[in-house]
Design a protein around this ligand. Structure first.
Ligand SMILES: [Zn+2]
Length: 389
């Protein structure tokens, strides 16, 4: 604990000052120094019990008694920020910046803390100003990470890319996944303005940045489809099969639509049947089943449902089979079959999309988890499919 040092140092100091005993009440001072660790432990206990209000109360009392303790000021400021008391957090952290005797490491830490306070207050201009000022090696990567979040929050993707590259150079840790996503965002803004050439350029840049990223390819296909370039759209999407086949589930509806326009639905069905042999993604299976039903009729699609049920143990695939049993059942079994269909449908309810990192449930697929904010953590299927075969 960084805290411990300052009060431990106070013991030899008081002994050295012993000669002042005649003028100063040594007994009182010793009592006070003994109180500090116990108060500190009390504060720590409150923190451990997540009783932040009481912890702040104790630490504020301590920091008033020890105004020169930089660590204490950081602790109090941090607690105020955690509690959302931003004005008080800022007062404490800006107070630290006013101290003339801070080391350069402490000064950078205080500049970062003020930047964090402004960021949390939503005052992005001020936050940006302070985060850009953080120097030294100790806190710069934290400042750059927050600066990226700040630009992301403001949809300033160009600056987000610039800072991500700087962070990559500083830490050596790859930021290509993030940069590729930011480039897709730029492409999407051009797509919205119907500037398809610029949009396409940025998508190719994103693919260059991170060749195994699914999103640039997904969006590139969409962009080509919007322009009526169906053949090229299919060509791009099918490439996902090589490195991100699960994501085909996201575009399967659009893929079929393109084949529809090209008059190649039959070919599409054959391709999908091939793909689902290795990719048991629920959305793909469902689309293949529906297309088979439409083009090949009851018998063929029922056979597919049987295959899927064996392969994925996903109870959804019992429903089409039960529907067919229902058609062939005599009156006396109809109620039972209907009940089975009802119960099966209930248990086959869409589980939604689940973040692979934090487990956050969502009804739609997200490229960035709304809860933990990590990228590419959502399984691109509305069902978690367990493969048996
Ligand atoms: Zn998450």
């Amino acid at each position: 604990m960084e805290f411990e040092n300052w009060w431990l140092l106070s013991f030899p100091l008081f002994f050295l000052l012993g000669w002042l005993a005649a003028k100063i009440d040594v007994k009182q001072i010793v009592n006070e120094t003994r109180e500090i660790p116990s108060t500190y432990i009390e504060g720590l206990n409150f923190l451990l019990n997540e009783e932040k209000d009481k912890a702040i109360e104790v630490l504020v009392k301590l920091s008033l008694a020890e105004p020169d303790s930089v660590e204490l000021q950081f602790a109090v400021g941090g607690l105020f920020r955690d509690k959302g008391e931003m004005q008080r957090a800022l007062t404490v952290h800006q107070g630290l910046l006013d101290k003339p005797d801070l080391t350069s490491v402490e000064r950078n830490r205080a500049v970062l803390a003020v930047g964090q306070d402004f960021f949390k207050s939503g005052m992005y201009d001020r936050a940006e100003e302070f985060l850009k000022r953080v120097g030294g090696k100790e806190y710069v990567s934290e400042a750059l990470s927050l600066l990226i979040d700040l630009y992301v929050n403001q949809n300033d993707w160009i600056q987000a890319i610039e800072v991500a590259r700087k962070l990559q150079a500083t830490t050596g840790e790859s930021k290509r996944v993030e940069v590729a996503h930011f480039m897709v965002e730029i492409a999407l803004s051009y797509k919205e303005k119907e500037d398809y050439n610029q949009a396409q350029d940025w998508l190719y840049k994103a693919i260059d940045e991170n060749p195994i990223a699914p999103r640039p390819r997904v969006v590139l296909g969409d962009l080509l489809k919007v322009q009526g370039r169906y053949h090229e759209a299919v060509h791009e999407w099918v490439k996902l099969e090589e490195y991100a086949s699960d994501y085909l589930g996201l575009i399967v509806g659009s893929l079929i639509e393109c084949h529809d326009r090209l008059g190649t639905r039959k070919q599409c069905l054959e391709k999908l049947k091939e793909i689902i042999k290795v990719v048991p993604n629920h959305d793909l299976l469902e689309a293949t089943f529906n297309l088979s039903f439409e083009l090949e009729g009851h018998e063929a699609s029922r056979e597919l449902a049987r295959q899927f049920l064996r392969k994925t143990s996903n109870i959804t695939w019992a429903v089409p089979i039960l529907e067919l049993i229902k058609n062939d059942s005599s009156e006396s079994y109809l109620d039972d079959v209907n009940l089975l269909i009802q119960v099966t449908k209930y248990h086959a309810q869409d589980a939604g999309h689940v973040c692979g990192n934090c487990g956050f449930h969502a009804q739609a697929h997200y490229w960035r988890c709304p809860a933990c904010r990590l990228l590419d953590t959502y399984v691109p299927s509305s069902f978690q499919v367990g493969v048996n075969a």
